[in-house]
Design a protein around this ligand. Structure first.
Ligand code: ATP
Ligand code: MG
Length: 310
């Protein structure tokens, strides 16, 4: 591996992976990294919010945790952010305490009746009783879900035919003007909901653990995008809950880079408090704004913003 240099002014070398981020230019996607919001002359056409999907077929790789924490850090950075829970496990909703007294419109309702999105104002993600001192709470909104989302998705697949894949994009369309960023948390696997989410997105973040089996998992997502979703811009592999001190994790990350994957240079460390955060109805970035985990997500949010704004 090459030595670490930062691609972001706020990121310190010792917080980066032992790699030169400049060297992991998105080799596999050369020529397509600029994404679809381009008029053909490299000028970005403003079509409202940039939609980022966090996806990986593999389960338990921090898709939900990273969606919640990145969303919070984007909001802290001044962006209007909408989080969308596209997983019937509803872990993202639960992370913010949206397991009970849910608003009338959940994602399953909007998918069934997309016209309702025109008059829908998503609620604040943070419940009123949580962290009242957080000044940016108004900028972080959520479309929660329940386990009924699975039934609605299955029914859509049967009744709407191949067009079902555009349904989430249709739901988000009227909301795009009201947000700067929309983050989609997806279930594991390659099901209907993940399919809709990747079709609705402009950019993809692939959360992964740095371990042997994760190298192949992340590689499969890369292959899928190259084969089937050429317009989706891969923003990078986000490594979380992994110990950079361990040789096995450093080697796994190095293999991803050898495979031409773009590994984001800041890793989110493992911390037991992350696992217990949902019981306090807020992600770590809200509960512990000065922790190492929050620091890492803040830096990652900064990095991703420079990509998205480009
Ligand atoms: N930095 C971290 N340190 C320690 N534990 C973490 C960290 N990030 C996430 N976790 C824990 O790892 C587990 C998996 O995380 P998470 O639920 O975000 O993964 P996921 O990819 O969304 O899973 P699924 O595929 O089931 O949707 C959770 O228990 C979570 O609390
Ligand atoms: Mg999840």
């Amino acid at each position: 591996m090459a030595t670490g240099t930062s691609i972001h002014p706020d990121i310190h070398e010792d917080e980066c992976v032992d790699a030169d981020p400049g060297a992991h230019v998105d080799g596999r996607k050369d020529g397509r990294v600029d994404g679809r919001k381009d008029d053909g002359r490299g000028v970005r056409i403003d079509t409202g919010a940039f939609v980022i999907v966090l996806a990986n077929h593999k389960g338990g790789v921090t898709k939900t945790t990273s969606t919640a924490n990145l969303g919070a850090m984007f909001a802290e950075a001044g962006r209007r952010v909408l989080l969308v829970d596209c997983d019937p496990q509803a872990n993202l909703s639960e992370t913010f305490g949206w397991g009970e007294d849910l608003p009338s419109e959940r994602l399953e309702d909007l998918l069934a009746h997309p016209e309702a999105a025109h008059r829908y104002t998503p609620p604040r993600a943070l419940r009123d009783r949580i962290a009242p001192e957080v000044a940016w709470r108004d900028r972080l909104r959520i479309i929660p879900a329940t386990d009924e989302l699975a039934d609605v998705a299955a029914e859509l697949r049967t009744t709407a035919g191949p067009e079902y894949q555009d349904r989430l994009r249709e739901v988000l369309e009227p909301l795009r003007d009201r947000f700067d960023l929309i983050l989609l948390d997806t279930p594991p696997g390659r099901g209907v909901l993940s399919g809709m989410a990747v079709h609705a997105a402009d950019g993809l973040v692939i959360p992964a653990l740095a371990a042997d089996l994760d190298v192949r998992g992340a590689g499969k997502v890369y292959d899928l995008v190259e084969d089937e979703l050429p317009d989706l811009r891969i923003l990078g592999v986000l490594i979380a809950a992994s110990e950079r001190r361990w040789r096995v994790t450093r080697e796994a990350a190095a293999r991803m880079m050898t495979d031409q994957m773009r590994v984001l240079p800041v890793w989110v460390p493992r911390a037991v408090r992350v696992a217990s955060a949902p019981r306090h109805s807020a992600p770590t970035a809200v509960l512990e704004p000065d922790s190492m985990v929050t620091h890492a997500y803040r830096q990652l949010a900064g990095l991703l913003l420079t990509e998205v704004d480009r």
